[in-house]
Write a protein that binds this ligand. Structure first.
Ligand code: ZN
Length: 160
């Protein structure tokens, strides 16, 4: 069983803005491992610490290219656009078409405390942008405009 409980909208924890992580040690590595477990058990492709009630800037992602653990992720470059349906572990049943950058370059700290950089495209870029939204308290439903709110409802999209 996962030790962490994924918060479900409208849980106020999902609206809390994450603080930067100041140092990386065993507690942070254990939290990242627990977050990865919770993500896999829920069959998601990404999870932010704010989704498990921890207001710290940590995310895990696995879009099928291996597990990524990002601490203090910051997008430094966005290129292109993609429009795809997106779900969220914290907003069950919703599937919302969201415009995202096609490619993002991200600076982050890895679990050894080292400054790192990754460039992701496609689903990986989308997952990174989705999880970084979570760290600022933003959810997929916030991307809806009033007209699309009426037209939404789709089935079977990836839950990030
Ligand atoms: Zn989400």
């Amino acid at each position: 069983m996962a030790k962490l409980r994924i918060r479900i909208f409208p849980d106020p924890d999902l609206r809390v803005k994450a603080d930067k992580v100041r140092s990386v040690g065993p507690a942070e590595r254990e939290l990242l491992a627990d977050m990865a477990l919770a993500m896999y058990l829920s069959q998601g492709v990404g999870l932010a610490a704010t989704q498990v009630g921890v207001s710290r800037s940590l995310i895990v992602i696995d879009v099928g290219q291996g597990l990524l653990k990002l601490i203090n992720p910051v997008i430094i470059k966005k290129e292109g656009f993609q429009f795809l349906d997106e779900g969220c572990l914290s907003v069950p049943g919703e599937c919302i078409r969201i415009k995202r950058a096609k490619t993002v370059t991200v600076n982050f700290i890895n679990e050894n405390g080292e400054l790192s950089r990754i460039k992701g495209e496609g689903l990986l870029a989308r997952a990174i942008q989705h999880e970084i939204d979570h760290l600022s308290g933003k959810l997929i439903i916030d991307h809806l405009n009033p007209i699309r709110k009426l037209l939404k409802k789709a089935k079977g999209c990836r839950r990030i």
